[in-house]
Ligand binder design. Sequence first.
Ligand code: FAD
Ligand code: DHB
Length: 393
Amino acid sequence: MTDSALRTQVGIIGAGPAGLLLAQILHLHGIDSIIIEAQSRPHIESRVRAGLMEHDSCQQMRDAGIGARMDREGLVHEGIILRFAGHSHRIPLTELTGRRVTVYGQQEVVKDLIAARLATGRPLFFEAPAIAIENTDTPKIHFRHNGTEKTILCDFIAGCDGFHGPSRASIPAHRMKIFERVYPFGWLGILAESPPASHELVYASHPGGFALLSMRSPRISRLYLQCAPDENLADWSDARIWDELDTRLADRESTPLPRGPILQKGITPLRSFVAEPMRHHRLFLLGDAAHIVPPTGAKGLNLAFADVHVLARAFTAWYQDNEADGLETYSATALRRVWQAERFAWWMTTLMHRFDNHSPFEARMQEAELDYLTSSKAGMTTIAENYVGLRLL
Ligand code: FAD
Ligand code: DHB
């Protein structure tokens, strides 16, 4: 052991929603962890990403003791709007499922989790990238911090380092099967200082492409436009973005969107991706490190939380009762839900976006499916029960 070696039970790479929630739940069960995060605290607290929390994700926040601000400030939604052919159709989520969703920005979730972590006094290193992983019977994580190299000695490694992190990359390619689909479009997303034009989220399918109206507060809108995957952000002036949103989000009654300063804009490519299995030896993958969904179903953050639910329970059984079953079945249990969410996100994406390679026949099929889904209780229920989130396994 070198001078700079640290010892813990679970070494966690990445302080996104997955790593932070896992650390918090483990702490509540008396299990020690160390978190290392490549970026600075201001960077991860200001990163604008997902915004919609499923019913059970909100309960996970409460159970972890960090639900108070979410319950005060989050916007509870009992329905969403699907808009196409100039008409709006409400899916009454709560009436159909008894469950609700909450709009609460991912960076607020991350802020709450960081505050809870710091209050425990247990280590969370920022600007501390993992540089090598030794996935042996005595696992080690090597990382850099303040110009020196340090090592974490641990029983298990939780790879919560997102899609581009080193955890998944450390697993030999022949031990892993990759499933992937890259879509021929991306999303241009903006955060704007303007009151949301609708109290409920609007998912719009339009000949010009998909658009989504969401929000962060009664004064801040979050809006998205389908765009080319290699779209140049510089080609999108603020006026062009608002004009395009007005066109695609219009229905017969709607007036132009209230415009305001655009606080942030960015382009996200759309992909579906799953790495199987989600465990190799003593390394467990969670969240975006193992899977990516296109954002149309609002599943990314929720799926990371669902992985945490399964792995935290497994670690608790291992450390409290010496019970290994949960660790052995982690990958299979988590993947079952992952594939359910992948299916829904792929289906919503296919249903709502404009595909340049669609034949006129396929375009009519899309219209007919939207018509069926919004005029049948069974159709609406299918959307609703997936959207509010399937039960945690
Ligand atoms: P992340 O949040 O990616 O966290 C991983 C962490 O690991 C990061 O903080 C990263 O800095 C850190 N890390 C990486 N490498 C290292 C290293 N070597 N050492 C230490 N730490 C490391 N989902 C939706 O549902 N709706 C959306 O609108 C939406 N928009 C998105 C926009 C973007 C640009 C991206 C990237 C994702 C978006 N998502 C969206 C998906 C959602 O945000 C993710 O599913 C969610 O963040 C997953 O959480 P995570 O903890 O698994 O990973
Ligand atoms: C948001 C993003 C999504 O992808 C989605 O489906 C719903 C809401 C959001 O950022 O608010």
